[in-house]
Design a protein around this ligand. Structure first.
Ligand code: UT7
Length: 331
């Protein structure tokens, strides 16, 4: 009997309507369009503005888009995983609310958090369940409302992040398509360089820390940049080598959209031509857990059955990794 592999069989996505352009940011902090574009590749990002709407709002919209496009009966979904660094609230999984709202009443659900690598690690989790034969339909969502913990007076972070969500469905495949290999890593020594220090269990928020804005996300951009460039390129190169893949074999690189210069460096290391590099950072900025599924959402019509895709991500923690996947359908 041939091994069951786990393949992506549908994609959905959603970004909020409000567009925060570089021009608008120029009126908020001391920055300019030229600096942001040349240092990051970002021109605009989407922000969820409405009060009381959290990450689940984005996740539900992306899931509904997938369900509608695929003609899927949500009652058939076995498991809903929401990958996110910005859950709606503590002690109540965003995934549970999301699953119920989309009608996935027979599913169980939970959140998965590994900063910007959340979705990549979620792909590993979802495929492992399917390969083991435990479940048949897993909805994997990457969703983040980064604007909920960004300080819009801090030019080092507010120019980078945006809000959004993407969703994929994983199902068993008998043609050997889907996830082929993974190389996932983490190093806790990196957490000093990218974190929202207050508001978690180590340092609950109090009046003083709130007034000092210590609940907002902080990053030492240069250190994160260097580690991202080195590690993303390293794992992408290694996974290609151990699967005997050359640049000619690869149809696409789907890299976490944190900074165009980091993506370009990864593509250069594996000697991939520009037209094989998925890129939408110019429109959405860094949407944390949503970058990889939003790439699939934007590029779905160009993907062909059998296309070999290298995924790569790097994020807070530090966490990083690469996945090699064969695309399973023509849309
Ligand atoms: O998702 C995973 C996590 N995140 C990342 O992967 C992000 C990694 N880091 C980066 O993308 C980059 O480090 C940034 C985009 C955050 C910053 O770019 P950089 O090239 O590393 O700039 P820098 O922080 O070294 O700053 C260079 C200069 C500084 O001025 P001086 O000291 O040279 O006079 C900054 O003060 O640019 C200044 N600067 C800005 N100028 C205009 C910093 N931010 C801005 C800004 N607008 N927004």
């Amino acid at each position: 009997m041939s091994k069951i592999t786990a393949a992506i069989t549908a994609v959905g996505g959603y970004v909020p309507e409000y567009v925060l352009t570089n021009k608008i940011l120029e009126t908020m902090v001391e920055t300019n369009d030229e600096w942001i574009t040349s240092r990051t590749g970002i021109k605009e990002r989407r922000i969820l503005k409405e009060d009381g709407k959290g990450t689940s709002y984005l996740a539900i919209k992306a899931a509904e888009d997938l369900i509608q496009k695929k003609g899927l009966d949500p009652k058939e979904i076995d498991l809903v995983i929401v990958c996110t660094a910005t859950p709606d609230m503590k002690a109540a999984a965003t995934a549970a609310y999301t699953a119920t709202q989309i009608g996935a009443v027979n599913a169980f659900s939970y959140d998965l958090e590994a900063a910007c690598s959340s979705f990549l690690f979620g792909m590993s989790t979802a495929t492992a369940y399917i390969e083991a034969g435990r479940y048949k339909k897993i909805l994997l969502i990457g969703a983040d409302k980064n604007s909920s913990f960004i300080n819009y007076k801090d030019r080092a972070t507010c120019i980078i992040f945006g809000d959004g969500a993407g969703a994929v469905l994983f199902e068993p495949n008998e043609e050997g398509l889907g996830l082929q290999d993974e190389l996932l890593r983490s190093n806790g020594e990196g957490r000093d360089f990218l974190q929202a220090t207050y508001g978690g269990s180590s340092y609950p928020i109090n009046k003083d820390t709130f007034n000092e804005g210590k609940h907002y996300v902080f990053q030492d951009g240069k250190t994160v940049f260097k580690n991202a460039v080195f590690n993303m390129a390293d794992v992408a190169e290694k996974i290609m080598k151990r699967n005997d893949l050359t640049n000619d074999d690869i149809a696409w690189l789907a890299a976490h959209q944190a900074n165009k210069r980091i993506i370009d460096a990864t593509a250069n290391r594996i000697e991939l031509e520009e037209d094989k590099v998925m890129m939408n950072i110019q429109r959405y900025g860094n949407t944390t857990s949503a970058t990889l599924p939003l790439l699939l959402f934007d590029y779905e019509s160009q993907l062909k059955k059998g296309d070999k895709i290298i995924f790569a991500a790097f994020g807070g923690g530090f966490t990083w990794g690469s996945i090699y996947l064969k695309w399973a359908y023509n849309s």
